[in-house]
Design a protein around this ligand. Structure first.
Ligand SMILES: NC(=O)C1=CN([C@@H]2O[C@H](COP(=O)(O)OP(=O)(O)OC[C@H]3O[C@@H](n4cnc5c(N)ncnc54)[C@H](OP(=O)(O)O)[C@@H]3O)[C@@H](O)[C@H]2O)C=CC1
Ligand SMILES: O=CC(=O)O
Length: 313
């Protein structure tokens, strides 16, 4: 079995060695321009079109991350990039769930314990205990209740917050109220105090966090965007912060990355940000997952993690 690998920034040597150890019967190589030699599986991030297009004998392509929007948008521009019938897989959790839990829990607790207010007071040299927030006034709403949204929901339930989620299909997560479909979006938003976004980037979800949506949240609410920058209309977020509707935002992803120097988000006192690091691909966990999936595919067994080209995630 032959496996080709391409990632623009990962430590390729490390990945090749560890893949080889995990799949001792396979021949693993870095894909280089002009390489049209046979391959059974391709492991990719931002693949050049010629790496995949017209490749015969390919049995599967693995995206080296959770989101496949970049691959799917390339596929739209070059429909022959993924040979017909070749399944596309993505990473399911592989250590990203725990990272998302750390990120979401730490930020929710930061706001819940009013550390943002105390920091503002500290800058004014002010010593003033404030009223506590109550958990019952701090409902967390998670947009997207998939692999990562589900993990984040679980961690916030454990901290005693009221948690609800919104997805295409209904969920049955312990302690979480589930809303599904556009007809239930309004009820999901009504009373939500902290909105956490973990949706995939699809034509249906682009621009979903806009003025109309933000207006439906509780007053003095908060937004955490952990998914993709295109979900959020940044100008609408800034207006909602300036009007007082929103009290704070924590952003990991942006419509343009790196965030341009001139973006007003940099200087806004109630916007905190990180440079798209909420959950990064952990090589060892990802390699174990890919090796297991390839082994199952080779045996003709059912696997999970296959992307639906129809739904776009
Ligand atoms: N910032 C970062 O570092 C990272 C960001 N990400 C982002 O997180 C996203 C989520 O990852 P993951 O949890 O693994 O993805 P999943 O595919 O497991 O979950 C997606 C969820 O979104 C729901 N959904 C999709 N479309 C709609 C829609 N139109 N309306 C309502 N709900 C919808 C799905 O509903 P249903 O369950 O019914 O199918 C599902 O619950 C990734 O796509 C990626 O963009 C991922 C990793 C790191
Ligand atoms: O944003 C990262 C991903 O894995 O998707």
């Amino acid at each position: 079995m032959d496996i080709i690998f391409h990632h623009p920034t990962f430590d390729t040597e490390y990945w090749l060695n560890r893949l080889q150890q995990a799949l001792p019967g396979a021949r693993v190589r870095q894909w280089k321009q002009g390489d049209q030699q046979p391959a059974d599986y391709a492991l990719v991030w931002q693949p050049p079109v010629e790496m995949l297009s017209g490749r015969k004998g390919l049995k599967g392509v693995f995206a080296l991350g959770a989101g496949v929007d970049a691959i799917l948008s390339k596929l739209q521009a070059h429909p022959d990039m993924l040979p017909d019938g070749v399944p596309l897989f993505r990473l399911e959790d592989t250590g990203m769930g725990l990272q998302m839990q750390e990120y979401a829990v730490s930020q929710v607790l930061h706001w819940f314990r009013r550390f943002d207010d105390y920091q503002a007071q500290k800058l004014q040299g002010k010593w003033q205990p404030l009223n506590d927030y109550r958990r019952e006034d701090f409902t967390i709403g998670i947009l997207g209740a998939g692999v990562l949204g589900g993990k984040v929901a679980e961690s916030l339930v454990a901290w005693g917050f009221p948690v609800r989620c919104w997805s295409r299909s209904k969920k049955d997560f312990p302690g979480v109220v589930s809303f599904a479909g556009s007809e239930e979006l309004g009820s999901f938003l009504s009373g939500t105090r902290v909105l956490i976004n973990l949706l995939p980037n699809t034509p249906q979800t682009v621009g979903i966090i806009n003025r109309q949506l933000l207006d439906q949240l509780a007053d003095e609410s908060y937004v955490i965007n952990l998914a993709r920058g295109v979900h959020l209309v940044e100008a609408d977020l800034l207006s909602a912060l300036d009007s007082g509707k929103l009290k704070g935002a924590m952003l990991d992803v942006f419509s343009k990355e790196p965030l341009p120097e001139e973006s007003p988000l940099w200087g806004h006192p109630r916007v905190a940000m990180t440079p798209h690091i909420a959950a990064v691909t952990r090589p060892d966990e990802a390699i174990a997952y890919i090796a297991k999936t390839i082994t199952q595919l080779e045996k003709g067994e059912a696997v999970s993690g296959m992307v639906s080209l129809q739904h776009g995630y």
